[in-house]
Each structure stands twice: as structure tokens, then as C-alpha cells.
Design a protein around this ligand. Structure first.
Ligand code: UTP
Length: 290
């Protein structure tokens, strides 16, 4: 029902300079996989097959990553290194990628509006790839899609953060209508210390209904002179309904050095090493069968 996932990926990633001077933040590897591929995996797991990427200057490597590299394929053909490409080949074969460039960095709301041509008139997901989310069972987007099936309105993923960190996020307030689900009545982008309406911070996962595009169009630049998605969502909440969902799972802010290191350690221990063990076991059982 939700087929498309929009990835705003035009930002400069200034918190990660100099690494991001010529390399997109979204292509930074967590262990051996770029950040954006984790987001694409999550979207596929949630049933989506259209990845719409908002890019900008210097972001070509994102397009190259989700395309076949014939010379490389030829070079490693018949070696065990081919196994390392199984997952990305599967993504390329089963998923459709479209791209559009955001010419001016006018904020996340503007980046989402730039994606309108790619998304069209249907509900869609948004993933900010620098927020890496993991969960042992359903991923965060899959959890949100099943909520959308019940409520049919825009949903933002939230997490509780310490009070002294609320100024880094969009923060919501609202009535809890069910376990971990809130009906949003207020939303403030990066509130000044001491003024946050709660400690529920919006992270980089959204399901949006397409009327959001007109609302963004009517939104004036807000905090930091940028067109903020939070301001458009507040209008949507006031005229209809927006839900906030306290998701199950872990989230790492890979836009910051500390979060990136934490994510790397976590993914190495819990995803990469587990996968290596599984591959070794599979190889062992295949050898025995032979
Ligand atoms: P961030 O503010 O976290 O990303 O925006 P940034 O600007 O790249 O990073 P810093 O703060 O300078 O280190 C959240 C997401 O929105 C996208 C970014 O690419 C990121 O994925 N974004 C932001 C756009 O695509 N366009 C914009 O104009 C602003």
C-alpha cells in the first residue's frame, strides 16, 4: 500500500567534515555497507519497491552504488568475493530507483517538496539515512506501515531523549491514544532549552500523506531560515491528524561522530559477526552434504 520511500540526501553533512567534503554522508560505511543501504533495506522490508532519492552536488556515488558495475562484476566473477555483492545485486534487481536534485539547501521540508515529482499523489515513507535504525524483528518502517494501515494519516517516529538534548530535534506533544501512539497537538523544531513541550523527539522516519506537499508549499522558512517539515506537519495535525509513534528498536544518530561509532560497534557485533557465523555454518553444512 505504501510503495515509495523518499530519501532526502542533499545535505552537506557538515558535522562530519572533512570526511564529507567530497563524499556524501549517506555513503559512509557502517562496517561494510553504506548508511543509505541500511535505509533501503528497511524500506524493502516494509514492502516498498520505489526508492526516490533527493540528491545534490557531489552525490553521484549514491547513484553508482545502486547500479551495476560491469567491470567489477567481470573482475571478481567466479571468486568467493562475489558473495559480498549478493545483497546489493538483489536490491538492484528488485527495486526501482529514481533521483531528483535539490538545487538549493533550503531545509528538510524543501527537500521533501523537491521529491514531489518522484512520489506523486500517494502516501509515502521518508527515511533520513543518517539515522540508522535496527530492530531484531520488524524494522521501524514496517512497524509504521502497519500503523498506517489502521489510522491512514501521517506518522512520525519519536524517541524519548534526555531533556538537555531536546534542542537538537523536532519535539512533539500530544495525548497518548494507545500504547506508544500519540495524537500530536503541538510540534516545535529545535526548541530553546527549557521550552520543549515533552521529551519525545522526532527521528528520521516518517509516513506522510500526499497533502503534505501543498502544506509545505504554504510554509514559510522557520528555524534557521529553513523550510521545516515540522512546521508543515503541525498544520496537518491542526487541520486533521498526525500521529507520533514511539518505535521498537534502536536508533543511532550517524550524522554525529559519537553516534556513528556506536552504530559501527553495534552493527559489527550484532549484524556483521552474526552473518559471518551463519555463512560459515551454511558452508560447513554444504560441504558435509557434498
Ligand atoms: P541534517 O541537518 O541532519 O543533515 O538534515 P545535514 O545538513 O546533511 O548535516 P549537518 O547538520 O550539516 O551535519 C537531515 C536530512 O535532511 C537532508 C540531509 O541530507 C539529511 O539526510 N537535507 C537537509 C536535505 O536533503 N536538504 C536540505 O536542504 C536539508
Amino acid at each position: 500500500m505504501i510503495r515509495k520511500c523518499l530519501f532526502p540526501a542533499a545535505g552537506y553533512g557538515t558535522r562530519f567534515l572533512p570526511a564529507t567534503k567530497s563524499m556524501p554522508k549517506e555513503m559512509m560505511p557502517v562496517v561494510n555497507k553504506p548508511l543509505i543501504e541500511y535505509g533501503v533495506d528497511e524500506a524493502i522490508q516494509a514492502g516498498m519497491d520505489g526508492m526516490c532519492i533527493v540528491t545534490g552536488r557531489g552525490k553521484h556515488s549514491i547513484m553508482d552504488h545502486f547500479d551495476t558495475n560491469y567491470e567489477l562484476e567481470h573482475q571478481i566473477k567466479g571468486t568467493n568475493k562475489e558473495d559480498l555483492l549478493i545483497d546489493i545485486r538483489q536490491i538492484i534487481e528488485t527495486t526501482h530507483f529514481t533521483y531528483i536534485r535539490q538545487r538549493e539547501m533550503k531545509g528538510l521540508g524543501h527537500a521533501i517538496l523537491t521529491g514531489r515529482e518522484l512520489v506523486g499523489d500517494e502516501p509515502f515513507a521518508v527515511v533520513l539515512a543518517d539515522d540508522l535504525c535496527v530492530n531484531e524483528t520488524d524494522g521501524v518502517l514496517a512497524q509504521m506501515v502497519s500503523l498506517f494501515k489502521q489510522f491512514r494519516c501521517s506518522i512520525v517516529a519519536v524517541q524519548e531523549v534526555p531533556e538537555n538534548e531536546t534542542h537538537k530535534y523536532g519535539v512533539i506533544s500530544g495525548e497518548m491514544i494507545k500504547d506508544d501512539i500519540f495524537r500530536v497537538d503541538d510540534m516545535i523544531e529545535k526548541p530553546e532549552p527549557g521550552t520543549a513541550p515533552s521529551n519525545l523527539a522526532i527521528i528520521g522516519r516518517y509516513i506522510l500523506t500526499p497533502d503534505i506537499f501543498d502544506l509545505i508549499e504554504q510554509t514559510e522558512p522557520g528555524k534557521g531560515g529553513e523550510i521545516q517539515i515540522t512546521d508543515a506537519l503541525l498544520k496537518q495535525a491542526q487541520s486533521g491528524c498526525v500521529l507520533a509513534y514511539k518505535f521498537k528498536g534502536k536508533r543511532f544518530d550517524c550524522g554525529s561522530v559519537e553516534g556513528y561509532i556506536e552504530a559501527t560497534n553495534y552493527c559489527y557485533e550484532h549484524l556483521y559477526k552474526q552473518n559471518q557465523k551463519k555463512v560459515a555454518l551454511d558452508q560447513h553444512s554444504t560441504t558435509k552434504e557434498d
